[in-house]
Design a protein around this ligand. Sequence first.
Ligand code: ADP
Ligand code: TZD
Ligand code: MG
Length: 581
Amino acid sequence: MNTQTSSAAQLTDGMHIIVRSLLENGLDKMYGVVGIPVTDLARIGQAKGIRYIGMRHESDAGNAAAAEGFLTGKPGVFLTVSAPGFLNGLVPLKEATENCWPVIMISGSSERELVDLGEGDYEGLDQLNYAKPFCKAAYRIDKPEDIAVGVARAIRAAVSGRPGGVYLDVPAALLGATMDQAAAEATIYKVNNPAPAMIPSQESVTDALKLLSTAKNPLIFLGKGAAYAQCDDLIRKFIEETGIPFLPMSMAKGLLPDDHPLSAASARGLAMRTADVVMMIGARLNWMLNFGKGRHWNENVKFIQLDIDPMEIDNSRKIDAPIVGDIKSSMTLLVEGLKDIPVKASQDWQKLLDADKVKNDAKFSTRVTTVTNPMNHYNALGAVKKVFDKNPDLYLVNEGANTLDDCRDIVNMQLPRHRLDCGTWGVMGVGLEYAIGAAITTGKSVVSIHGDSAFGFDGMEVETICRYKLPVCVMVFNNGGIYRGDFPNLGDNGDPSPLTLDATAHYEKMMEAFGGKGYFATTPEEVEQFMTEAIASKKPAMINVQLSIHSGVESGHIGNLNPQPVTGPLAETNLKKASSK
Ligand code: ADP
Ligand code: TZD
Ligand code: MG
């Protein structure tokens, strides 16, 4: 026996301690792109039990991690190399922060002394300072004995209060720093109660119930914060006991089933214009809700708002009854409070909305069943709807303009947290990664529906889907362009218009290139058949859904946000725009 080695203290290094700290806290997945100086961090992670998902771009890795954060309430973790990889990761870090989803971005960085003196190190950049405006918190760990605390701070910052993105800078020197293994082990700990309940004041709950009990036409908005809070039963109980109609924001769809009798989704416009007290549960009064004012709302409407972040209250207008706390604690007190302050929505209000629902549902059902050749967004989505109705446990990822807006309106969700989309910022190029994150996190089948433009941002992740053999059915709605494919070039150089893409592209071949199954669908029947087959296979598949180049309206449902150029005979450029479906 070699006494020298057996008696010498065993050493560990920064990479092992990081992996140990993550695993101790149940963070057992990592998305990323490796290279200097983090390659061995990923390898060691994989060796020790972290599931490492190697992606094709850091932005994609960040989005996949963010999807995991939304679905689980634990921070998703992603890994990047220094400078360029780090910068690629800032976009999803900020997006996650805007969406209020917990994510931790770990980036390798280069030698401090070279960066600080600007000596031109390999991929040298003052990363910590660059990261700060893009996230909720940013930390650098400089010593191996501080790793456990650094990871703990990152976890707490990501999930406590309003969740968001956290940046963790790990310099190469730290990754390679050695330390006595037993001493390092003694530093490791599991964060105790990282997202403590934040109980609202009883007074605020009572005030809100009193206001609600005086309402003639009360309405509830459910946002993705309500979905994130994972207290689905309490929310359902409150809505069903009070009989208050509800409207889900896109990622709150399925919190209660979309076909629930109290869903006012297909009477949305009327509900917003006539509601006199509106209760916002984990939804912000931002651009998506016209900031809670203007012609879309009843001018005398009063608001109750449940949010964990006190700074959200009065963000864009007066909030009459704020409830600041976590949604689970707030809903618990609200449900209990109904015993003393009963609230019951009137039948008249429900009848008014029901009549409007019948009218609008009929309009929609005509749209989705009208046959066109080639297909349009509506009838293609009519086929998708049928498949979702039969398979309510499918996850749905969705991005694009018309492909997003029409799918949100047409395809019903039955289960909470089963829909992920462009989110608060309306971002393209998040879809394939959300699909990867959802498939890795849940092990369930995912249908990922993209406009042809949206797909182009991150299409290479099809290879990742195939490499990890994920049960993802990618669908590209190919109308040959951004919004539609028939915009003319207003000049005379013969180039495609700024909005035009290739309507004849066979996107499904990309899936075949990596060993997945490709389908080309030209009718709603084929869409339904291919989706059904793809889902049953539980293997990577892709359906190129051929639409008419005339299908779609400019900017989908938010064309009003475009600045209006001068039009008419005196205009400098004649902006002839296509606009019918
Ligand atoms: P949507 O886009 O669906 O309308 P938003 O992202 O605008 O939803 O709003 C989500 C809100 O939920 C944010 O203001 C956030 O602070 C809040 N939130 C997130 N998690 C919780 C929670 N556990 N308890 C209370 N509020 C939360
Ligand atoms: N870049 C990023 C990152 N996000 C964006 N939202 C945009 C650009 C601008 N944009 C939209 O807002 S929607 C969209 C772009 C490029 C694509 C719409 O075309 P599509 O969908 O093919 O994905 P439809 O069905 O043709 O409308
Ligand atoms: Mg398109």
